[in-house]
Design a protein around this ligand. Structure first.
Ligand code: KG4
Ligand code: ZN
Length: 340
């Protein structure tokens, strides 16, 4: 049996064909990074229009690479939450149209659960039950993941997402978008102990929420003092940029790694699955790998192509299919954050 998985929640137009035994026949991602770079972030209207132009060619390419045709499909899965409204709509309309035309089931995907499921796909092993940590441009969520169908939110950010903090600090430093990879690179030559940036709630074991806004402000004050000043008028020497990057990155990693330990203890679980764009950060991976050995937990993540947005992680749809969780053609997008 063949599944078409469609993902358009942010700025990647993606489609994949996945067999019911999990085998991936095709994996197509049309990135829009080049379209948004000059604006220093994703512009929702541009993203939506680009999805509209690309969605049919991307689906065609996924079918072509898989060497199957539309009539071979047994189900179509699509991300309906969370994400940018105009972006989610394009994928959803395409998927609903195909489900209606082909008389096949429609499966509704929660993008954040798909990010965790990427760990199971990448490692080809059972990862549930686990604590799931999603760190992306839009989310910083800790979950208790009992099964692929049973997630409970343990903590989330009360202000900025981790990736957003990377992007904003990079912009302050004049580093190119997307900020995460730029900060990671600059941090390689930096001293992570030069600046002692704040780590919000880090000692509060009962609070699994995150806050990155104070950290971002601390970087700003370190760079420019407390007055209102224009970043574009400032230039810092390469060593300062590297040291700020390394110290900031270390603060984020410290916060994430510590909250993970609190979540593992609170849930009595011993497996961590890490997903989302910030999971691409090599210093974060190294820290969690070291912590996993030191504190005796299993740590799973995925290669970069499965951490950033893609349609392959929509393979979670087969779990929903087998459990009979089908969506109606009335399915609508749910752009905001879901609380569970
Ligand atoms: O999951 P994702 O591709 O898109 C969504 O936000 O849904 O995540 C993008 C975020 C951006 O904020 C980007 O700066 C961050 O992931 N990111 C990184 C790295 N690569 C991407 N952050 C830190 N280090 C990285 N190497
Ligand atoms: Zn994502």
């Amino acid at each position: 049996m063949y599944l078409l998985s469609v993902e358009t929640s942010c700025d990647e137009t993606a489609a994949a064909i996945i067999r019911d035994d999990g085998h991936v026949l095709s994996d197509v991602v049309a990135s829009q990074i080049a379209l948004h770079t000059e604006y220093g972030g994703v512009v929702p209207e541009i993203a939506s229009r680009a999805h509209l132009e690309r969605i049919l060619p991307v689906i065609d390419q996924a079918l072509h690479q898989a060497k199957i045709s539309l009539s071979d499909l047994n189900a179509v899965a699509v991300t309906y939450t969370p994400g940018l409204a105009g972006s989610l709509l394009i994928g959803l309309m395409a998927a609903k149209t195909l489900a209606a035309l082909l008389h096949i089931p429609l499966i509704a995907l929660d993008h954040l659960r798909s990010h965790i499921y990427a760990c199971k796909i990448a490692n080809k092993t059972e990862v549930f039950p686990c604590v799931g940590l999603i760190v992306s441009g839009g989310h910083t969520n800790l979950y208790r993941c009992q099964t692929p169908l049973d997630f409970t939110l343990l903590g989330t950010t009360i202000d900025d997402a981790a990736g957003e903090a990377f992007d904003k600090v990079a912009a302050m430093l004049g580093l190119p978008y997307p900020g995460g990879p730029s900060i990671q690179k600059a941090a390689e030559n930096g001293d992570k102990n030069r600046y002692a940036f704040p780590r919000a709630f880090i000692h509060d074991k009962n609070r699994l929420d995150f806050s990155f806004s104070g950290l971002k402000t601390a970087v700003r004050y370190q760079l420019m003092g407390t007055g209102h000043q224009d970043f574009s008028k400032h230039e810092w020497d390469a060593q300062t940029i590297s040291d700020i990057s390394a110290s900031f990155q270390e603060a984020v990693i410290d916060i994430l790694a510590t909250k993970v330990r609190h979540a593992l203890r609170a849930t009595s679980m011993n497996t961590l699955c890490l997903g989302g764009g910030v999971a691409a950060n090599s210093a974060l991976r190294q820290r969690l790998e070291a912590d996993a050995k030191r504190y005796h937990y299993r740590f799973y993540t995925a290669p970069l192509s499965l951490c950033t947005d893609n349609a392959v992680m929509g393979a979670i749809a087969w779990e929903l299919y087998r459990a009979g969780h089908f969506a109606s053609l009335e399915l609508d997008i749910l752009p905001g954050r879901v609380r569970n």
